[in-house]
Design a binder for this molecule. Structure first.
Ligand SMILES: [Zn+2]
Length: 200
């Protein structure tokens, strides 16, 4: 063993993060050793709190402090339109664009592995149940226009095949490869307004 056991343990733990190889894990671990003890204690608390104090909304799958989340429980919102996004940041982006007054369904990083993200088949099953309940009239696909986003959209379409729901997607004209989270609010609002039924 190259390092004392506690340091080895830290390196092994850090290696599990997406995109972190053994060299980076080693650098991060050595950085921890050089950091003031209070900072390290704060990091440990932040790790714990983020994991323990947040949960996923039982309806939309977004990260929230309380389930169901504030959006799903907002009676002012239109429960018949559900916008499918890849992650919590995309929800933020859609919210700040201000066009979507319906609800969301958060896949959490889609299904094709992107940066080590784990596929979440539970999110698809949950969407199927929401649509099968009959309350949803339109599902708006707002996954990224890149390979992973397209793959996720395709799986959603397949999962909803045969269900009486209109599936639309954000208008093309979104720059290829642009993640929703980086898009300017106005462009996103236009894409939302110009959304089209699939295969139309
Ligand atoms: Zn929710």
């Amino acid at each position: 063993m190259a390092f004392p056991e506690p340091l080895e343990r830290l390196i092994r733990a850090l290696e599990k993060f997406p995109g972190v190889g053994s060299r980076s894990a080693e650098r991060m671990a050595l950085h921890v050793l050089r950091s003031p003890r209070e900072e390290v204690a704060e990091l440990a608390m932040a790790l714990r709190d983020a994991r323990v104090e947040t949960t996923r909304c039982e309806i939309c799958g977004n990260i929230t402090l309380r389930s169901p989340c504030a959006i799903c429980t907002d009676a002012e919102r239109d429960a018949s339109v559900v916008c499918v996004v890849e992650g919590p940041r995309e929800v933020e982006k859609m919210e700040s664009a201000g066009m979507h007054h319906g609800l969301y369904h958060v896949l959490l990083e889609g299904f094709a592995p992107r940066e080590g993200a784990t596929p979440d088949p539970g999110a698809l099953a949950a969407l199927q149940r929401r649509v099968a309940s009959g309350q949803v009239k339109e599902v708006v696909l707002a996954t990224a226009p890149d390979r992973e986003g397209e793959g996720a959209a395709l799986q959603v379409v397949e999962a909803l095949a045969g269900q009486p729901v209109i599936i639309t997607r954000l208008a093309r004209g979104l720059p290829v490869g642009a993640r929703l989270e980086y898009l300017h609010g106005e462009i996103l609002a236009d894409a939302y307004q110009g959304r089209r039924p699939l295969d139309a």
